[in-house]
Design a protein around this ligand. Structure first.
Ligand code: SAM
Ligand code: SF4
Length: 353
């Protein structure tokens, strides 16, 4: 093996630090170095967060969105999409069903839909917390006051991906967004004591290895508790319909590098990765990932939450998804975590403060 790559990986395993140049060198290397990278990430994952895989149940409760991100099928300019909103009672029922299937974290996700005002979300969070679960919100950019109210209501985590750390590419992809606003929201979430999740897409049009290295360095700087890294997948009803999808290989390399840089972070094996590669979830779990988010949205809404085209969405009931997940983990020899799956980092911080 190329001795420079070997040296970089050795340093990363021991110190969890890499320079931008070193990250780029790893991103540009090819097989068999990739296998060494995946093995190194797997070792760091085992050493710092163990073998258990944390399961999250995601309820995609509304596909209305006020924004126009150029990559996303939920963008408000997409008139081909049938829109839906679940009532708070229906969301609660979906969460109850998920808890019965053994889920200990409920993720509530939607487009940026102001139909659900701050008090409605806060009341829902309070109800969910009574079920004894951890609650993650992923509702996009909202005000400081709204984030504060939801945190006070008991929300544990917030997922807001930075999408790309390149301000120029960010602006191109988000005609109605602003990179500084995104970072501002992330700093509010941190200040309010959420376990913060961020992340990026891999293979965006115009994205370079330098930009991907900046994504990883930003995640390290933000010291996120969770980093969601998935391939970009073109949606036919968006301006990026003709673009090429991100590859599974580059996504796996990004996940592995994220593990080397953020040894205690929760790293999901994303649905987007499983969409571009049928074995993507298992491969990610062997390359540093330790979390899987499964869809527990009632089947009647599934096809309409079409961020990107995804064949399996409509027909995999929560109980089937859970069964397949258990089978995959058994094949990998990895146990399902039995606790709520809070960040080991925040437990550590609580213990030392
Ligand atoms: N509206 C909230 C937000 O933007 O943070 C949450 C929902 S949004 C659909 C969740 C994530 O979907 C985004 O953070 C983005 O990374 C991902 N996403 C959107 N379009 C995508 C695409 N075409 N390919 C891959 N991921 C996509
Ligand atoms: Fe809306 Fe989120 Fe999609 Fe952007 S990524 S259009 S904010 S749902």
């Amino acid at each position: 093996m190329n001795s420079r790559i070997q040296q970089i990986l050795g340093k990363a395993v021991e110190k969890n630090i890499l320079s931008k140049g070193e990250i780029i060198a790893v991103l540009l290397c090819e097989s068999p170095h990739n296998d060494a990278l995946f093995r190194a990430a797997d070792l760091v994952r085992k050493r710092h967060v163990g073998d258990a895989v944390h399961l999250r149940g995601i309820i995609e409760f509304s596909n209305y969105c006020r924004r126009n991100c150029r990559y996303c099928g939920l963008r408000c300019a997409n008139k081909d999409l049938q829109r839906y909103r679940m009532t708070p009672d229906a969301i609660y029922q979906a969460a109850l069903d998920a808890v019965a299937l053994g889920y200990r974290t409920i993720v509530l996700q939607s487009g940026e839909d102001l139909f659900y005002d701050a008090d409605t979300i806060a009341a829902l969070v309070r109800r969910l917390k009574k079920l004894g679960v951890a609650v993650t919100l992923s509702l996009g950019e909202r005000t400081y006051e709204e984030y504060r109210l939801w945190r006070k209501a008991g929300a544990d985590r917030y997922l807001l991906k930075h999408e790309t750390a390149d301000p120029i590419l960010y602006q191109k992809l988000h005609p109605d967004g602003n990179y500084a606003d995104r970072l501002n929201c992330l700093s509010w979430l941190r200040e309010l004591g959420y376990q913060v999740g961020s992340g990026c897409m891999v293979g965006l049009p115009g994205q370079t290895p330098e930009m991907l290295a900046d994504d990883l360095l930003l995640l390290k700087e933000l010291d996120v508790e969770m980093a969601g890294i998935g391939p970009f997948i073109p949606h036919p009803s968006t301006p990026l319909a003709e673009a090429t999808a991100g590859t599974a290989e580059m996504t796996l390399k990004m996940v592995a590098l994220a593990r080397l840089l953020l040894p205690l972070a929760h790293l999901p094996a994303t649905t987007a990765l499983a969409t571009v590669d049928g074995d993507g979830r298992a491969k990610a779990l062997c390359s540093g990932a330790n979390v899987v988010m499964l869809n527990v949205t009632p089947l009647e809404y599934r096809t309409f939450y079409e961020i990107y085209p995804q064949k399996e969405r409509a027909d995999k009931a929560p109980v089937t998804g859970r069964r397949q997940f258990d089978k995959m983990l058994a094949a990998l020899g990895r146990p399902v975590a039995q606790d709520a799956g809070h960040s080991p980092k925040s437990e550590f911080q609580q213990a030392v403060s």
